[in-house]
Write a protein that binds this ligand. Sequence first.
Ligand code: GLN
Length: 285
Amino acid sequence: MTLTTRDHAMRMLGVRLRAAGLSTPELDARLLVQGVTGASDIEMLREPGTRMSDEEEARLAVFERRRLAGEPVSRILGMREFWGLPFAVTPATLDPRPDSETLVETALALLRETAEPRILDLGTGTGCLLLSLLHERADAQGTGIDISDEALAVAASNAARLDLSARVSFRRGNWTDGIGGRFDLVISNPPYIRRGDIEALEREVREHDPLLALDGGEDGLDAYRALAAAIPDVLTQTGHAVIELGEGQGEAVRAIFEPAGMAVLRIVPDLAGIPRALVAALPRG
Ligand code: GLN
């Protein structure tokens, strides 16, 4: 045992991370101390005087160095909370963003009247979108597609942790290639960063998110062209597609989806007010 309490270690780490100019130093410090000690939120509050072991202190020092070198907390811990659920993240998967919870919320509202919905997630990554939906809808079945075998392994491990494996299947594929049948909901957070903008992204993103999950081609819209061409063949007549947008891409994506034979019903803003989720369907009648 050292003389350092968890609470003291957290506060001192918070001060150092703040001095280094990180944007959420106190939160980062708490999550890293919890990561090395295994303390829950409630234990952190109720038992501030608990001492840290030498081993925990040593691991925290390593975590601190990694954080100061620009590695996101989720990558250090290998874990990120999304929709209130724990998701493993690895170098092969995009780190789930709170912005993407807008898609989950939008999709749940659209599925409210549909019993036993079938859900298709294109570019599933950690599986965070699909698994959050399956967690909320015990009658739903899901299919998650990704081009990366490593990402699919992460998604499958997340399904197992959330006890959702029985209702989901993951398979490797290029968007909808080889998929049979139609789905009540098609959801996707595709790569949408303009290739030329990737160098200017913040270090946490540029150095730690997989390029495959970011790079949307020259104009950032390549994946939307592929999705617009593919989705009409896998959507039911009453189904919806909910697609994440990059900042400022709403009208450009609408101009890709409509000529491809889809009706764009609305564009839903995220909590920051940025248009984030495009809702599309097959034209009625
Ligand atoms: N939302 C990510 C970002 O912060 C990009 C993810 C994507 O391309 N889908 O830049």
